[in-house]
Design a protein around this ligand. Structure first.
Ligand code: TYD
Length: 225
């Protein structure tokens, strides 16, 4: 059996990556491929617990301020678990793994946003994740202002409709997001083969078409059996 393929989606909150991930999963499944999707943080039983500590804005009332290095280590604890439990077994079985955020998010948010710097994140990635790299990363990087606007609107809607409050990150300042954006740019420039950045503010359908092209160019065609 051939090895599968590991694709990650990256971008700011509100960049539309979750919608695009779902659409790509549907397309690949329609071609007869087996697709495994997950999001980080979360996706395993342990990861879901870690997610609620990390994202719930009430966490700080319980634990006090979460230190940036603690936040980084929790993100990697979650990631190490999903690599062991989901990603490696799926890739070994020849499946396509689509992961909503991965280590680039830690580099952008903790390395850039929280100013821990890239080197600490990359070191942690080697230690906790055995340096497992995606085969391809789709980075959605529309202009910063439109992402911020969408993220804030979505969070208000979630609180009103479902009472969920995952806004510990979304309450951050615009400068925090500017640093994240700059770090994503840096990653894309450093790894142009792995990271395909889509910067235009095209429609959801146009971006979907672009992602399909990029993915089709990298995947081995499905052979009729
Ligand atoms: P989520 O609700 O999944 O947001 P989105 O749909 O925008 O991905 O929340 C994930 C949040 O966690 C998001 O604000 C980014 C942040 N994050 C980090 O700070 N570091 C990380 O390593 C990961 C995976 C996520």
């Amino acid at each position: 059996m051939s090895r599968g393929f590991f694709i990650t989606f990256e971008g700011l909150d509100g960049s539309g990556k979750t919608t695009q991930l779902r659409r790509l999963a549907a397309t690949l499944e329609a071609e007869g491929r087996t697709v495994v999707t997950l999001r980080q943080p979360g996706g395993t039983a342990l990861g879901d617990r870690i997610r609620s500590i990390l994202l719930d804005s009430r966490s700080e009332a319980t634990f006090g301020p979460i230190a940036p290095a603690a936040e980084m280590a929790l993100m990697f604890a979650d990631r190490a678990q999903s690599i062991a439990e989901i990603i490696l077994p799926a890739v070994a079985s020849g499946h396509i793994v689509l992961c909503d955020r991965y280590t680039d998010s830690s580099e952008a948010y903790q390395g850039g946003g929280r100013q821990l710097g890239s080197e600490r994140i990359l070191e942690m990635h080697r230690a906790a994740c055995d340096n497992l790299q995606p085969d391809l990363t789709i980075l959605l990087l529309p202009p910063l202002e439109s992402s911020l606007h969408r993220a804030r609107r979505r969070n208000q809607r979630n609180v009103q409709q479902r009472g969920t409050d995952e806004n510990r990150f979304e309450r951050e300042s615009d400068d925090f997001y500017r640093r994240i954006y700059a770090k994503y740019e840096e990653i894309a420039a450093r790894e142009p083969h792995r990271v395909v950045a889509i910067r235009d503010e095209a429609s959801i359908d146009q971006i979907e078409a672009r992602i399909r092209e990029v993915v089709a160019a990298r995947l081995t065609p499905v052979t009729a059996s």
